[in-house]
Design a binder for this molecule. Structure first.
Ligand SMILES: [Cu+2]
Length: 111
């Protein structure tokens, strides 16, 4: 009985994991706040440094990052965490006060 329950649990877990993986899209468009070309470099570098990210493009005008990633290796959330660490607010993750204050004065976007 115990073994059966374990098998059921493992199967359920695998199904959920698979579902979560399927939900992660290889192309994602994420809102990221920034101000200038320097921000663009910083945002794109932070995103590209995440393992599994293939290519990125951030637009100053749209305040949006287009990212192509390998869903088996990373997630949009992970990319956002890396960008927030670099000082830029994203759709789901806000940069810490410290990270924001570390930005160049011309890069301090409106929050
Ligand atoms: Cu800037």
């Amino acid at each position: 009985m115990k073994k059966l329950l374990f098998t059921l649990g493992a199967t359920l877990f695998a199904t959920v994991a698979l579902f979560a993986q399927e939900k992660e899209q290889p192309k994602q468009i994420i809102a990221v706040k920034g101000q200038c070309e320097m921000c663009k470099k910083r945002i794109e570098k932070a995103a590209l440094d995440v393992k599994g990210v293939r290519s990125v493009d951030w637009s100053v005008a749209d305040q949006q990052l287009t990212v192509y990633l390998n869903p088996k290796k990373t997630t949009g959330k992970e990319v956002q965490e890396a960008i927030a660490k670099a000082g830029h607010d994203t759709a789901e993750i806000k940069a810490s006060e410290e990270a924001y204050n570390g930005l160049h004065s011309c890069c301090k976007y409106q929050r």
